[in-house]
Design a binder for this molecule. Structure first.
Ligand SMILES: *[C@@H]1O[C@H](CO)[C@@H](O)[C@H](O)[C@H]1NC(C)=O
Ligand SMILES: *[C@@H]1O[C@H](CO)[C@@H](O)[C@H](O)[C@H]1NC(C)=O
Ligand SMILES: *[C@@H]1O[C@H](CO)[C@@H](O)[C@H](O)[C@H]1NC(C)=O
Ligand SMILES: *[C@@H]1O[C@H](CO)[C@@H](O)[C@H](O)[C@H]1NC(C)=O
Ligand SMILES: *[C@@H]1O[C@H](CO)[C@@H](O)[C@H](O)[C@H]1NC(C)=O
Length: 370
């Protein structure tokens, strides 16, 4: 999730408070179960054959999710004990969000206290593990490179020891990590295969969030570097990008402002992240209607805002996700997941309901498609 929050672009998110975790609260395990049945507070031990890994950012929309499929919920919103009880009643894990400042983790003492604090929190909240989401640049020859692998290993060891059946996962973008070392040290990697226009090196034009070829090439690269496919969960976007076009040509080429990022002359920071639910409402009032880009295997549309500016919106729909998801079975990946589950329209109106169902439906393993 490199830049995945919809309301605030995390690219510019500042770390506002930094705490040292010296004072861990004493924990009496097993007390204060908020669920209607005490067994719903017990950690999930079952290991599913296929993961459907769902990011939840809060609100109550989780009630409308397709729980017949979900195996893990990464709770990135405010803690909601009802979500945990409900997930457990469906046999799904709920895992904590783990983010940490990279420069701190070089210190083994810091790592130990950070892990102790997270473990304590997971236990108090009756959770089943942790999802490590570290959205900072890692340089290959930096001390952070090895410290990160150590952090994942130490976190996994502690969680497995203290919470039976617990799951530790790590979110990766294409950066300089010790991928295989990290994958070996935890249950699996959630691959954030989106925000792929975060560095645009060629022409500054709007493009797909997760183009087909580029995405699958990324997975091929992981496998080529010796990664076990069972250690990979494919992340798909349930959001898109709205770009204001400096110029929109007749053949739908939308030129965008130059917003440099990490050395590249332009980036998706020229656009604005929009949730699927907004996109679905907007398509019918667009000037182009739904378009399909053959090269990128992704849908888009153009619209004109009240000020008269043209926009191009790139997003993912059941068709584009389904095409990418075929790779999962063909190459034996561990599962699929999305950023984020809240993004669909769960208002209950008939069209929205149908669209949401289709988005959930394409997550199901597709057999015999090779
Ligand atoms: C990585 O290297 C770049 C340039 O070489 C530097 O600007 C950046 O601060 C470094 N990042 C870290 C986390 O050390
Ligand atoms: C990755 O991490 C593993 C485990 O710590 C280590 O054995 C291996 O040498 C590392 N690989 C690289 C390329 O740093
Ligand atoms: C801008 O768009 C117009 C009309 O769509 C097109 O004729 C023109 O070639 C475009 N200009 C550039 C620089 O792409
Ligand atoms: C948009 O138009 C299509 C085709 O006319 C229709 O099936 C669909 O229900 C409309 N979507 C919404 C959100 O109204
Ligand atoms: C995508 O990859 C396939 C296979 O490598 C290739 O044949 C095709 O031309 C590529 N498409 C694009 C748009 O790059």
């Amino acid at each position: 999730m490199y830049f995945c929050k919809l309301s605030t672009n995390r690219k510019w998110k500042k770390i506002v408070s930094k705490r040292r975790f010296g004072l861990a609260l004493p924990l009496v395990a097993g007390t204060d179960c908020p669920c209607p049945e005490p067994e719903l507070c017990r950690p999930i031990r079952h290991r599913p054959d296929f993961e459907v890994f769902v990011f939840d950012v809060g609100q109550k929309t989780w009630k409308s999710y397709d729980w017949s499929q979900i195996t893990t919920v990464a709770a990135f919103g405010k803690y909601d004990s009802k979500l945990t009880c409900y997930a457990h009643s469906k046999g799904a894990r709920v895992v904590l969000k783990g983010d940490v400042s990279l420069k701190d983790i070089i210190d083994p003492g810091f790592r130990a206290s950070w892990i102790a604090q997270k473990l304590n929190l997971a236990k108090i909240q009756h959770m089943d593990g942790i999802n490590l989401d570290i959205e900072q640049e890692v340089n290959c020859s930096s001390p952070e490179y090895d410290a990160l692998t150590a952090l994942v290993k130490e976190t996994t060891d502690s969680f497995r020891r203290e919470i039976e059946g617990s799951q530790v996962t790590f979110d990766v973008a294409l950066k300089c990590y010790n991928y295989t070392g990290i994958a070996d040290a935890c249950d699996f990697l959630f691959v954030m295969s989106y925000d792929e226009q975060s560095q645009i090196w060629s022409e500054c034009i709007a493009g797909a969030n997760a183009p087909y070829n580029q995405t699958l090439t990324g997975y091929n690269d992981y496998i080529k570097m010796g990664m076990n496919p069972k250690k990979l969960v494919m992340g798909v976007p349930w959001y898109g990008y709205d770009y204001t076009c400096l110029n929109l040509s007749e053949d739908h080429v939308c030129t965008i402002a130059k917003v440099p990022f990490r050395g590249a002359p332009c980036s998706d920071a020229a656009g604005r992240q929009v949730p699927c639910k907004l996109i679905m409402k907007q398509i019918n009032s667009s000037i182009s209607g739904n378009q399909w880009d053959q090269d990128q295997q992704a849908p888009y549309y153009n619209y004109k805002d009240p000020a008269g500016h043209f926009h191009q919106v790139w997003y993912d729909n059941p068709q584009s996700i389904s095409l990418k998801a075929t790779y999962i079975q063909n190459y034996g990946l561990q599962g699929i997941g999305m950023w984020n589950a809240n993004c669909l329209d769960y208002s209950g109106d008939a069209v929205a309901k149908q669209q949401a169902e289709e988005m959930w439906e394409v997550l199901k393993p597709k057999l015999f498609q090779r």
